[in-house]
Design a protein around this ligand. Structure first.
Ligand code: ATP
Ligand code: MG
Length: 608
């Protein structure tokens, strides 16, 4: 491609909202423009790299035995009602009505679309397993789109859905997808950290996320330096804490007793008032669960709840309340909590609900004598002794509380947020933490969609069965942006060869006379060798040309200057040094560099 025929409007200044390197560089190098909030246009240069990422994903999915489909992006609302997600997807799902008032959805994901398609096609175990994928537009009405295409509203996702006759088959595909993902990211030049992830209330049995480290990452990764344990904090667990005693530990058998705490509500106020430490408190929070599958009214004293019993999916309770106890210095992790109560989401109860249910203003809830809601105790609480808790009355707390003796939780579960410094449950070493961005996610779904959407096949004995399902997603745009995040310097992008928009830049100091002839020759030879070359035939100062090429990040550069001819200058974007080589053979040399670099990125590794 000749630069004069290309459209790559480079910028010196970028909008203030471009705060991360990838967003700035995609704008500055003329890859991307914004059309609206979370809505972007890839310009020709950006699209070249985008397509390369897409193709790497496609090649690895095909190699792993998945089959590409191309469903519509707009799908009937009806199938979302069938799965039950019409109600639970919330406002992130864009719903529209057409001229005859038909409800339509702009796909945020496609479990429903693939299940609806394949239930009409798969009728026998002989057709299983099947792994179907698309690389297609998604829309999510993100509240706060940010960091350019990292979190857009419209974006492209590769999403695959697999269907199986048994769990072993699902496990096999799940493992194959995990391997394919590792290869995809390696070929893109990305260092990813696979972590254990939350499989939520979806009935899933396994889930792994592929993360890149990022200062602006939305995920907290909990990592063990010794044994390699790695998990999203939405899933991470830790070794039990040593049994803690309250300060001035009460002699065994001392009964709990009230202590007046006028206007003392927060843990900070309490520790100051009682001259103790946060670890001595049992913090009690009241939560509201949305669409929980657990009957949280089965605890004694709870008011009976309304239950919804859809034909095929499990019964659920649209709204229920419960209390959670955790050691005073720890935080409750709401994703772990939602998974524990099998709810689509949990949120702190309103002040009014807290008062209604505990009989006391906010700040005085406690598990002793609390019967209007079930109490879930974090594992940290079961290890406590001689604790302080709210006493379900304004301005009053209890001291010398013994879990187990003075209250019995309805359920004991791991719901705390694990942090750096907590101990690894596998080897006991201290965790460290990193912030990460999720690029991909693989997930065992089980029967959630095949049951709710009634997808059946006949097994070997002619008996009707629901297939098991897995799903596997990668964000194409976010992967592209993350490559730039990992490969840039003060001057611009440093593309890994596999995803560079062009592989070699040919830059004549002036596009005239002998320099023009040499540049044209190099360009022709490179093109004939199948190398993607960009020839800067513009009438610009050399400094401008060099700056633009560095910004755009083309991995190999050949500069043709009249002083050097019949030699030319060969330089890698990743290196400061240039070498003079004869024009004769220069294209072959550049082609060799390109091929070696591509081969290195796609070489098998021990993980394959
Ligand atoms: P996140 O937690 O970042 O919102 P998610 O867990 O909702 O992502 P999935 O449903 O697992 O995302 O989607 C699979 C992949 O799609 C993600 O790993 C990510 O790469 C990509 N993705 C999701 N939302 C966006 C978005 N708003 N913009 C760009 N890519 C996205
Ligand atoms: Mg995810």
């Amino acid at each position: 491609m000749k630069m004069s025929k290309m459209f790559m409007p480079t910028l010196r200044e970028v909008p203030a909202e471009a705060v991360v390197a990838s967003h700035r560089l995609m704008m500055r190098s003329g890859m991307l423009r914004k059309l609206g909030n979370g809505l972007f246009t890839y310009l020709p240069l950006g699209l070249r790299s985008f397509r390369k990422v897409e193709n790497i994903i496609r090649e690895e999915m095909d190699a792993a035995g998945a089959l590409e489909f191309k469903p519509s992006v707009v799908v009937p609302g009806e199938i979302w009602r069938e799965s039950g997600r019409w109600e639970t997807m919330g406002e992130g799902m864009l719903r529209v009505k057409n001229r005859v008032d038909q409800e339509l959805v702009v796909s945020p994901t496609a479990e429903e679309a693939f299940t609806a398609l394949l239930r009409g096609e798969i009728s026998s175990y002989k057709q299983l397993p099947m792994n179907a994928y698309q690389i297609n537009t998604k829309y999510r009405d993100e509240i706060r789109p940010r960091y350019g295409v990292m979190r857009g509203r419209e974006f492209t996702m590769k999403d695959a859905y697999s269907f199986h006759a048994d769990e072993e088959s699902l496990d096999e595909t799940y493992r194959a997808m995990g391997k394919a993902y590792r290869r995809i990211f390696r070929r893109c030049g990305l260092s990813v950290i696979p972590v254990k992830a939350d499989s939520g209330a979806m009935g899933g049995t396994g889930s792994e996320e592929f993360m890149v480290e990022s200062e602006v990452g939305d995920n907290n990764l909990i990592l063990c330096p010794k044994c390699g344990y790695a998990a999203n904090d939405e899933k991470a667990s830790c070794a039990p804490d040593p049994v803690t005693s309250g300060p001035g530990s009460a002699p065994a058998g001392k009964a709990f007793s009230p202590v007046e705490t006028p206007n003392v509500r927060t843990i900070e106020e309490l520790t100051a008032f009682l001259k103790t430490v946060p670890q001595a408190f049992i913090k009690t929070l009241v939560y509201r669960a949305v669409n929980s599958e657990l009957d949280l009214s089965s605890a004694p004293g709870c008011a009976k709840l309304d239950r919804v019993t859809p034909a095929s999916s499990p019964a659920y309770y649209p709204e229920s309340f419960f209390a959670v106890c955790v050691r005073g210095d720890l935080d409750v992790n709401e994703v772990k909590l939602a998974a524990t109560v099998k709810a689509s989401e949990v949120e702190l109860a309103s002040d009014r609900d807290v008062e209604r249910l505990t009989g006391a203003p906010v700040g005085f809830a406690g598990p002793v004598g609390l019967s209007s809601v079930p109490v879930i105790a974090d594992l940290s609480v079961t290890a406590m002794h001689d604790a302080v808790t709210g006493a379900l009355k304004a301005d009053l707390h209890y001291e010398h509380v013994e879990p187990g003796r003075d209250f019995t939780p309805w359920l004991t579960a791991d719901v705390r947020t694990v942090k750096a410094g907590d101990r690894c449950p596998v080897c006991g070493d201290a965790f460290y933490a990193k912030k990460g961005n999720e690029l991909g996610h693989i997930f065992k779904l089980g029967y959630k969609y095949t049951k709710s959407m009634n997808m059946l096949y006949l097994d070997e004995n002619g008996k009707q069965q629901y297939p098991m399902m897995g799903c596997y997603g990668i964000g194409v745009d976010r992967t592209l942006a993350s490559i730039i995040e990992e490969h840039n310097d003060d001057d611009g992008i440093l593309w890994p060869m596999s995803v560079a928009p062009f592989q070699v830049a040919v830059v004549p100091i002036k596009y005239e006379g002998a320099m023009k002839d040499a540049a044209d020759r190099l360009y022709a030879e490179l093109s004939a060798a199948g190398i993607e070359a960009l020839l800067d035939d513009r009438n610009e100062r050399p400094g401008v040309k060099f700056k633009d090429m560095d910004l755009v990040g083309i991995p190999v550069r050949i500069v043709v200057g009249d002083k050097n001819l019949p030699n030319v200058e060969l330089k890698l974007r990743s290196s400061k040094d240039a070498s003079l080589i004869p024009l004769e053979g220069a294209a072959a040399k550049a082609a060799e560099i390109v091929r070696a670099s591509l081969a290195e990125l796609s070489a098998p590794s021990g993980e394959d």
